[in-house]
Design a protein around this ligand. Structure first.
Ligand SMILES: [Zn+2]
Length: 400
């Protein structure tokens, strides 16, 4: 079994060893999301307008244009800032230094020393993309209610709705938006689909559609969602997406592409060109649902083939990057240079997209395009394996 000691980043203030303290009266004393504490809990609920065919228009024509009231956007940021005021984050991300690395890609480097503190080693199996949910490991039902910002769902009556204070209907499998207590940017949140279903970290159609709907509903081009599979630097095996605001283009979004297929539903599939990590780009289609289905099929195929991958959702849910990777595999096989390992940078979705979160001042000072490319080159599948991976998943329209 390939297994390495990893130092996962803490995403919740409750992600630590169980203290073994006796349960306090009125719950376990941690105000968590389990049956001990959930009965009387209330949270805001945002219900977005269900994804119809957007007036029959092709999605690309809609653009990320500003809406008069971008309610979801304001809700995420308002609630996030409230949690910052309440001191729930482990450090102040707004003081982290960021710079654009000179060069053709425009990699963005951030010095984030706080993210790495108070680490605890965890055995994490990195050679299996699909692993069952393990109730005994940290999962999002163990976070404190104060870390949850609101519930998110599709509206039943065709209009977006907001309820500031509603009970949590555990039976109805609500999806939650929560803070990441180790943010890497402003507004860093987690989307946890159907939290009480305790789904393992794997893509399914409905959850992926929810992520696209959140991106579309936020209507803010700076807001991107990301996903890391197991084996591609997910640190928690409980289904979740990450999201944050970055007021810069990600280098991957600027990379040239070559079209390899256009599907009957209008979805265009391209491959990245001249980018250090090989990957596919999915765009267009007649509905968000159609686009979500194509991408989730591809993800499910990668999962079944045990190929770890990362996803970046850009352009308000209309552009999706799918990046199979093999860094953890190389790491386990001892094929990654000591120099790269020393940086302890885990190449997850943000790093692969070109936003490098560096843990040591030295690496930040010395950050260069060459260094970034060296790291990302280790992440990428070889041309041969990349072809294999997407041919097995898109055999019907595989073009060399
Ligand atoms: Zn509790």
């Amino acid at each position: 079994m390939l297994s390495i000691k990893r130092v996962p980043t803490v995403v919740s203030n409750y992600q630590k060893e169980e203290t073994g303290e006796a349960a306090a009266a009125g719950g376990c004393g941690r105000n968590c999301l389990k049956s001990c504490c959930i009965q009387d809990a209330r949270l805001p609920l945002y219900a977005f307008k269900r994804g119809e065919k957007v007036g029959g228009k092709e999605l690309p024509l809609l653009g990320c244009k500003k809406h008069p009231v971008d309610f979801l956007d304001s809700l995420v940021l308002g609630e996030w800032e409230d949690r910052m005021q309440r001191g729930l984050f482990r450090y102040d991300v707004t003081t982290c230094e960021t710079k654009v690395i000179p060069g053709k890609y425009g990699f963005i480097a951030q010095l984030n020393e706080g993210r790495h503190l108070k680490k605890r080693p965890t055995e994490f199996r990195v050679d299996k993309v699909l692993q069952p949910f393990d109730e005994n490991k940290f999962n999002f039902t163990k976070v404190g209610q104060e870390e949850v910002l609101f519930q998110l769902e599709a509206s039943n009556d065709g209009e977006a709705q907001f309820f500031p204070n509603v009970p949590i209907d555990v039976e109805n499998s609500p999806s939650f938006v929560a803070i990441n207590v180790s943010p890497i940017e402003y507004g860093h949140v987690l989307l946890i689909p159907q939290i009480f279903e305790c789904l393992p970290q794997r893509i399914d159609h409905a959850s992926f559609l929810l992520a696209l709907q959140m991106a579309a509903e936020a209507r803010n081009p700076y807001f991107r969602l990301g996903y890391n599979s197991l084996g591609a630097f997910a640190t928690i095996n409980h289904l979740h997406f990450q999201a944050y605001y970055l007021a810069l283009p990600f280098p991957i979004e600027k990379a040239p592409t070559k079209k390899i297929a256009k599907l009957s539903g209008g979805v265009k599939i391209s491959k990245l060109l001249n980018y250090p990590v090989r990957g596919l780009v999915f765009e267009g289609g007649h509905s968000l649902e159609g686009l979500a289905n194509v991408v989730s099929e591809a993800c499910i195929c990668l999962q079944l083939n045990n190929i770890p991958y990362n996803i970046l959702i850009s352009d308000c849910g209309r552009q999706i990057f799918l990046l199979p990777q093999c860094y953890a595999e190389k790491q386990a096989l001892g094929e990654v240079s000591a120099e790269l390992l020393e940086t302890q940078v885990n190449p997850a979705v943000w790093e692969i997209s070109g936003h490098l979160v560096l843990k040591r001042e030295k690496d930040y000072e010395e950050a260069s395009e060459a260094n970034a490319c060296r790291l990302l080159a280790e992440v990428s599948l070889s041309e041969e394996r990349f072809q294999e991976s997407h041919c097995s998943c898109f055999s019907s329209h595989c073009i060399g």
